[in-house]
Design a protein around this ligand. Structure first.
Ligand SMILES: Cc1cc2nc3c(=O)[nH]c(=O)nc-3n(C[C@H](O)[C@H](O)[C@H](O)COP(=O)(O)OP(=O)(O)OC[C@H]3O[C@@H](n4cnc5c(N)ncnc54)[C@H](O)[C@@H]3O)c2cc1C
Length: 559
């Protein structure tokens, strides 16, 4: 029998930060992760983590204002204030845990400037910031002796009488299903890049966390806000970090014109990501691209900067494109990168379902709104990972024990056995690809009613086709074929939530840019869109919620 005070789903930065806090405060906390902890997608974060440090002459309110402006005024400002005011302490804490941040020529923590921000407040470890932080947090996890269910897959959340009391899980190594009981569950299951094709995200980012919460009746918020990063490789979606532009890289069109001077005269390449992605796509659509790409040029920075500060990017350029960044510009295009939307939480990670908390990319505390600033996500994971652990422990003190009910375990066993018993049918890989390419065609940088309706119809069709998906591997041990099929259901549910929300928002704001409704409409749409899956018919149900404004009234966004 497995039983804990707090069960944390996910061993990325959010999950690990939550676990370290919970265990250090004496809670019986465990982490469950479908891959080895340091293979979580956080490992891929390159550019850095934002914090406004007072002794640098920076001010957290400037960081907060730029975050709110970057969000196109959709972020909840109370949450932004929490994140930005706690950033300095969170950063120094990571440093003290052992993260060796890169330093400047004076021996001080080095910074680079990231998009949508005037100040250089992005702290980094070369171009491997996520990896460096993730490994240090993993050391803390080992030191604190946290129980990790490694290579275990959560198939569903246990919600009894409206209260979350644990999860049904599959031990991937043995193929056995188990109930893990918990007084509180923190969902830190990361992003949903694989709902799109291509994406910068790892193959494991299949939206499991969104789908688990969605099916459990917790509303997802602002799911239409999907970030396209301006610089990804056309061939495979691999990210070329914003650090390239942060260090001074330019974007050029086929005529050699530095087009961002026209679109964002003040911030240029460092305007917010939605703005840069739209500008690039406009250049490409109007015939000034090169085979569907534009060029990112860092040659003028010199070989020393390229190799020392952008070393990992140089490796990616070399390995995938055979390009030496110090000698040649690299073709890039906007690519799916990040989900601003997620499980609606308050500033302590509480969702609408008692006992269920969420943090990290899968959550929407509402600090990113319509567009996330680069390097604000790593910050979001550590600040709200910690806070959600505190809240979950507090909740656990008065909560009942974990679930004693085995009904869900039995029905999950049946569902998975049926999948295994199906002699033959559709391959999950081809269903996912069809869905993900549809999303990329119609719910991307530019959108319109007809395209989004087409995507929603395709998602609906594939949702019913899911009943025909079969797995070839009938074995129990390490059945990755089965895992892909289970993940596919999550990809489909997440896509459904994105389409339903996108069709609801009748304006353009942040990453949601409709060519048929180009204006932001604060009078009608300065509000969050909530979507939950109806228990009755399994369809998405839409609601709205007000945006919290504390001190920054919405004005037109200019870069
Ligand atoms: C290439 C790339 C570069 C980036 N660079 C930056 C950057 O420089 N700065 C920045 O701020 N942000 C960056 N981001 C975004 C940022 O890295 C992520 O948003 C953040 O790391 C997400 O952390 P997380 O803890 O929420 O989730 P993740 O790190 O994705 O972890 C999710 C965890 O959940 C587990 N999990 C998922 N589903 C299940 C399941 N069904 N059962 C069990 N376990 C499950 C996984 O095993 C994993 O441990 C980048 C993202 C990418 C893709």
């Amino acid at each position: 029998m497995f039983e804990h005070d707090v069960l944390i789903i996910g061993a990325g930065l959010a999950g690990m930060r939550a676990a370290v806090e919970a265990v250090n405060r004496g809670a019986n906390a465990a982490v469950i992760t479908k891959v080895h902890p340091v293979r979580s997608h956080s490992n891929a974060a390159q550019g850095g983590i934002n914090a406004a440090l007072t002794d640098r002459g920076d001010d957290w309110t400037d960081h907060a204002l730029e975050t709110v402006r970057g969000s196109d005024y959709l972020a909840d400002q109370d949450a932004v204030e929490v994140m930005c005011s706690e950033a300095g302490a969170a950063l120094i804490e990571l440093e003290h845990m052992g993260v060796v941040f890169s330093r400047d020529e004076h021996g001080k923590l080095g910074t680079r400037r990231f998009g949508g921000q005037k100040a250089a407040r992005t702290f980094f470890v070369g171009a491997i910031t996520g990896q460096a932080i993730l490994h240090v947090l993993y050391e803390q996890l080992i030191k604190a002796n946290v129980r990790v269910y490694e290579e275990w897959f959560v198939t569903s959340l246990i919600v009894e009488d409206g209260v979350c009391r644990g999860a049904v899980t599959l031990d991937i190594r043995t193929g056995e299903l188990h109930t893990i009981r918990a007084k509180a569950v923190i969902n830190c299951a990361g992003g949903a890049g694989r709902v799109y094709e291509p994406s910068t995200n790892a193959l494991i980012c299949t939206g499991d966390g969104y789908a688990l919460a969605y099916r459990a009746g917790a509303p997802l918020m602002d799911m239409e806000m999907v970030q396209y990063h301006p610089t990804t490789l056309a061939s495979n979606g691999v990210l070329i970090s914003e650090a390239a532009r942060g260090e001074g890289g330019y974007l050029l069109n086929s005529k050699g014109d530095r087009f961002m001077l026209r679109y964002a005269p003040e911030y240029k390449e460092l305007a917010s990501r939605d703005v840069v992605s739209r500008s690039e796509q406009t250049e490409i659509n109007e015939g000034r691209g090169i085979d569907g790409t534009v060029l990112l040029d860092v040659r003028h920075l010199g070989r020393k900067v390229v190799e020392e500060k952008l070393g990992y990017l140089q490796e990616v350029a070399h390995d995938f494109m055979g390009i030496d960044l110090a000698e040649q510009p690299i073709p890039v295009r906007p690519g799916m990168h990040y989900m601003m939307g997620g499980i609606k939480t308050d500033i302590n990670g509480a969702t609408s379902v008692p006992g269920l908390y969420a943090a990290g990319e899968v959550a929407n505390v509402s600090v990113h709104g319509g567009n996330r600033l680069g390097a604000n996500s790593l910050l979001d994971t550590v600040v709200f990972g910690r806070r959600s652990a505190l809240a979950a422990i507090e909740y656990g003190k008065s909560a009942g024990a974990g679930s004693r009910n085995e009904d869900l375990l039995a029905s999950e066993k049946k569902r998975i056995q049926a999948l295994l018993d199906r002699p033959k049918g559709l391959r999950s890989a081809s269903v996912r690809r069809e869905l993900a390419e549809t999303m990329h065609s119609h719910v991307a940088v530019f959108r319109d009613q007809q395209g989004m309706e087409r995507a929603a119809a395709k998602v609906k069709e594939l949702k019913s086709a899911y009943g025909k998906v079969a797995v070839d591997d009938k074995g129990k041990v390490f059945n990755t074929d089965l895992i892909f099929a289970l993940e596919l259901r999550n990809v489909i549910d997440t896509a459904e939530a994105i389409c339903a929300s996108a069709l609801t928002r009748k304006e353009s704001r942040g990453a949601h840019y409709r060519v048929d409704m180009k204006k932001r409409d604060d009078a009608n749409w300065l509000k969050h869109i909530l979507v939950r899956q109806s228990a009755a018919d399994g369809d998405p149900k839409i609601d709205t919620a007000p945006v919290t404004i504390t001190r920054w009234q919405p004005v037109e966004r200019k870069y």
